[in-house]
Design a protein around this ligand. Structure first.
Ligand code: GAP
Length: 518
């Protein structure tokens, strides 16, 4: 299956099985806004718990916060978002379509890289085991030329972004002969800046003075509460404040399903440190966050760091943790060294000191900050795309059985266990319900009696349920049930009173957290 097909299937599967729905679908939908369905919300809650437990509970110097979405409008002037939180946009005059100019250039570079990879693939097939990729890259003239072209464009592009030189960005688009992906036209407008913040009005007056913004990041609520938390919690530096919540950005190009949304959720942590210690704490959090991703048990080769070419207006150093989605390696989490930029700016704008008195140094200072900022929806998409699997298995009678299975890590699965009476009679539903009633205090447990047992198994596979418990006639005689495992479809006979122990062992988040804590 091609990666493009995989992506389409993941999207269709998400809707069919109650993970994700288009917002306002009955009114033809609202672009780049999505709702999470009955299984989506469970997976989301489990992902948040995994993050919160690892970041807050495993670290004695990290605490939580839940700040409001609305903040004083001056917050966004101080943070630089009013003046600098912009995307460069360009319109095509013929198709009337609007694009992010930086994305057009990045896609052009990706195409050139794909060309090189194709050459390498061809040569590797031709030369077999004797193929030396490194040598090929440095000697093949076509590859050398394309690589030089990429480096030249990338350098011009990064310089232009850093200088905010919109004319040069347009010139790169023209020089690279980039055409509108829809119409093929090269009739472009100038590049303009577009602020990504949504605004609304506070109270009943519609004057400019009442304009407030929907937060584009949860981080600022943490900075505003830095002293409240530090003083009320008697926190000593270094310490962190974590929070999860909605953020809003008026994305120009909102594509790729829940990858780029206008309303999304962030899991952020700001870690306050002594100035001068930023390099070691940046390394610490980079590694700690990558370990957290790897503990999910997905393929390690699908995760990588990517240092930023262009730094955000607040950052001194930044790296992304990227995952290989069906549409390529893309950012899931950003780790930023934010210096004292935010607290310093708020200090200036509010006129109050936002300093910490360090008893060990016997002096006050504005702390530096290392930030970890994870997008929950991207994490969700990462889990879905890594878990989606189509299988063909030979049954005992020789027939081929097809199934779609979501191999979601057991501890994150929306439903942990489904209890299924083999038939809807002979008292089996009552026994099955009783088992569910006993287990429901420990797990999210489903009961299902409709359809054949095979169809019910496949429905549970499709939502990623790690265990199905089948109650049959033998159960009423010896209090045993069949437990069927999602991944290998093996079935075992086990006593009812062992079920909790067996399932708890497999779906425990504690085990993963213990490993992370080492
Ligand atoms: N406080 C820093 C900050 O907001 P960011 O790199 O702009 O940094 C952090 O965003 C994370 O939020 C990203 O790595 C991504 O996972 C997620 N994110 C950003 N914009 C998003 C969008 N439009 N839709 C979904 N997730 C988004």
């Amino acid at each position: 299956m091609s990666q493009n097909d995989l992506f389409k299937k993941v999207i269709a599967h998400s809707k069919e099985y109650g993970f994700i729905f288009q917002s306002s679908e009955i009114y033809d939908g609202l672009s780049a806004v999505y709702d999470y369905g009955q299984f989506g919300v469970e997976l989301k809650k489990n992902l948040i718990k995994y993050w919160w437990d690892a970041v807050v509970y495993l670290n004695e110097n990290v605490v939580g916060l839940d700040s409001a979405i609305f903040m004083h409008p001056k917050v966004w002037e101080a943070s630089g978002h009013v003046s600098a939180f912009n995307d460069p946009l360009i319109d095509n005059k013929d198709s009337q379509k609007r694009y992010r100019a930086d994305v057009l250039i990045e896609e052009y570079i990706e195409k050139q890289e794909a060309k090189i990879n194709k050459e390498i693939e061809k040569a590797s097939k031709k030369f077999g085991d004797s193929f030396d990729e490194e040598k090929f890259r440095t000697t093949n003239q076509r590859v050398i030329n394309t690589q030089e072209k990429i480096e030249n464009i990338r350098q011009r592009y990064v310089d232009a972004l850093n200088r905010d030189d919109l004319a040069e960005i347009k010139k790169i688009i023209i020089d690279c002969d980039i055409s509108d992906p829809v119409s093929g036209s090269k009739n472009w407008t100038d590049v303009r800046k577009f602020n990504l913040m949504f605004d609304t009005r506070l109270g009943s007056l519609s004057e400019e003075a009442n304009k407030i913004y929907l937060r584009p990041e949860t981080a600022q609520g943490i900075f505003l509460n830095f002293l409240n938390v530090q003083k009320s919690g008697r926190m000593k530096i270094p310490f962190g404040i974590a929070q999860t919540g909605k953020a809003f950005r008026n994305e120009i190009v909102a594509r790729q399903f829940i990858f780029r949304m206008r309303e999304f959720e962030q899991l952020e942590m700001e870690f306050f440190i002594r100035p001068g210690e930023e390099k070691e704490w940046f390394e610490h959090w980079k590694n700690s966050r990558m370990d957290w991703f790897k503990a999910l048990g997905l393929e390690d080769s699908k995760l990588r760091f990517h240092d930023h070419d262009k730094l955000a207006h607040y950052a001194e150093a930044a790296t992304d943790i990227e995952f290989e989605f069906p549409f390529g390696f893309k950012e899931v989490e950003g780790i930023h060294s934010r210096t004292d930029f935010d607290l310093g700016q708020h200090q200036k704008f509010c006129g109050k000191k936002l300093q910490y008195f360090d008893p060990d140094l016997n002096k006050s200072y504005v702390p530096y900050v290392i930030e970890t900022s994870l997008g929950l929806d991207r994490l969700f998409l990462m889990i879905l795309s890594a878990s989606y699997c189509e299988e063909k298995n030979e049954k005992e009678d020789g027939k081929i059985e097809e199934r779609v299975v979501l191999r979601i890590p057991d501890f994150l699965a929306p439903v942990k266990l489904a209890v299924l009476p083999l038939v809807k009679k002979d008292g089996l539903p009552d026994i099955a319900r009783k088992i569910r009633d006993e287990l429901k205090f420990t797990f999210n447990c489903h009961y299902e009696e409709k359809d054949s047992i095979g169809r019910r198994y496949r429905r549970q596979d499709a939502i990623g349920t790690p265990f199905c418990i089948t109650v049959d006639h033998q159960t009423s005689q010896d209090e045993t049930v069949t437990i069927r495992y999602r991944d290998n479809m093996v079935q075992e006979r086990v006593p009812v009173n062992k079920l909790r122990e067996i399932a708890e062992e497999k779906v425990s988040m504690k085990k993963i957290l213990e490993k992370l804590n080492k």
